[in-house]
Design a protein around this ligand. Structure first.
Ligand SMILES: NC(=O)C1=CN([C@@H]2O[C@H](COP(=O)(O)OP(=O)(O)OC[C@H]3O[C@@H](n4cnc5c(N)ncnc54)[C@H](O)[C@@H]3O)[C@@H](O)[C@H]2O)C=CC1
Ligand SMILES: O=C(O)C1=NCCCC1
Length: 314
């Protein structure tokens, strides 16, 4: 008889997951994913079920890492919320299973995992692709991902200036103030991104918000929103002038409106750069198009579970 699954909820995941441990685990996981060795990682492109009545989607994100004995799936609902809606735009739950018996070992809050692993992967992209003397960070959007990206980017790097932008100046100012006096709220996207070395796009927009004509040559863009084939955050100019990196080639050509609709070519997966099989073009304008992978959730959930178990033993 299987044990009752551990229930590891938000505050506990928050206290167990640290970027210092998460980032190396994600680098390893992305490298293994890009090797396409089925004993290392089996992770199909997520299945997406439309929730038409609610303008949303259920994403089912399974992953099996045979050599590591990790079997995981995330269930994530995400929505196209109207302006002013107070409903959450993303809600996730992660399940870890025993691959031999098939029972569920743990059910975890997936919101913290989604926020932290997505931001950590963007930070990995910046570590590999931004210019070495990067000074200015811009974040477009002021929601959950904006906060997790601010947290990891300021923990891992030392930017001299941080700028934020939101469609509403009041929101941008409130967000900037909540982060500290060194963060500047900008009136327009153009003002926010001119001269920036690293730009993070974390909006729910379905049309381009960032234009290539404002982006400094050599800048790095981590593009996190627009995870549907008909949604955009970046315009064609940017997609065509940049060297495009992705988390998964298969996901990129299935789910990314920025890639599919611009016709841009994918140069490499982040895992290929980590493995040294594709170069990091730091000197060029680069876009990392993030869609979010089950392998990232699996690596994160296993880390949470390992730490939870070692705490239980104390
Ligand atoms: N790549 C990945 O792995 C992941 C991507 N996402 C995506 O990242 C995006 C941000 O997610 P959250 O921060 O959780 O959402 P959120 O709802 O907390 O924040 C969204 C932000 O976008 C702004 N926004 C909404 N509509 C906009 C528009 N038309 N133009 C400009 N800004 C607009 C909102 O004011 C808010 O600041 C979403 O598109 C979400 O689907 C979320 C999780 C993982
Ligand atoms: O990977 C994820 O988790 C998500 N990706 C895109 C949409 C929201 C959740």
């Amino acid at each position: 008889m299987a044990e009752t699954p551990a229930l590891i909820w938000e505050h506990e995941v928050c206290s167990l997951l640290k970027y210092g441990e998460l980032i190396p685990r994600l680098e390893t996981a992305l490298g293994k994913f890009s090797n396409r060795d089925s004993a290392e990682v089996i992770q199909p492109v997520r299945t997406t079920v439309p929730l038409q009545k609610h303008s949303g989607f259920l994403g089912v994100m399974p992953c099996y890492m045979e050599n590591e004995g990790i079997l995981c799936t995330k269930l994530v609902c995400f929505y196209k919320r109207p302006t002013g809606s107070t409903l959450p735009s993303t809600q996730a739950t992660v399940m870890l299973l025993d691959p031999e018996y098939g029972n569920v070992k743990a059910i975890m809050d997936g919101d913290v995992i989604t926020g932290m692993r997505t931001a950590a992967v963007s930070a990995i992209s910046a570590k590999l692709l931004m210019c070495p003397d990067a000074e200015i960070l811009t974040i477009l959007g002021t929601g959950k991902q904006a906060l997790s990206h601010y947290n990891v980017f300021t923990e891992v790097f030392s930017f001299k200036e941080v700028r934020v932008w939101s469609r509403s100046k009041d929101k941008a100012e409130a967000f900037a103030q909540s982060l500290g006096h060194h963060v500047t709220a900008c009136e327009s996207v153009e003002e926010a991104v001119r001269g920036a070395d690293v730009i993070v796009t974390v909006t729910r927009s379905t049309v381009p918000v960032l234009s290539g004509q404002w982006v400094k040559p050599g800048a790095h863009v981590a593009a996190v929103g627009a995870c549907r084939p008909d949604w955009r955050e970046l315009d064609d100019t940017l997609m065509k002038q940049a060297v495009v990196y992705v988390d998964s080639r298969e996901a990129a050509v299935t789910e990314s409106g920025d890639i599919i609709l611009s016709g841009a070519e994918v140069f490499a997966e982040m895992g290929e750069v980590i493995n040294g099989t594709k170069p990091a073009h730091r000197e060029k304008t680069t876009v990392f198009k993030s869609l979010g992978l089950g392998v990232e959730d699996a690596a994160s959930a296993q880390l949470v579970f390992d730490k939870w178990k070692s705490k239980e033993k104390l």
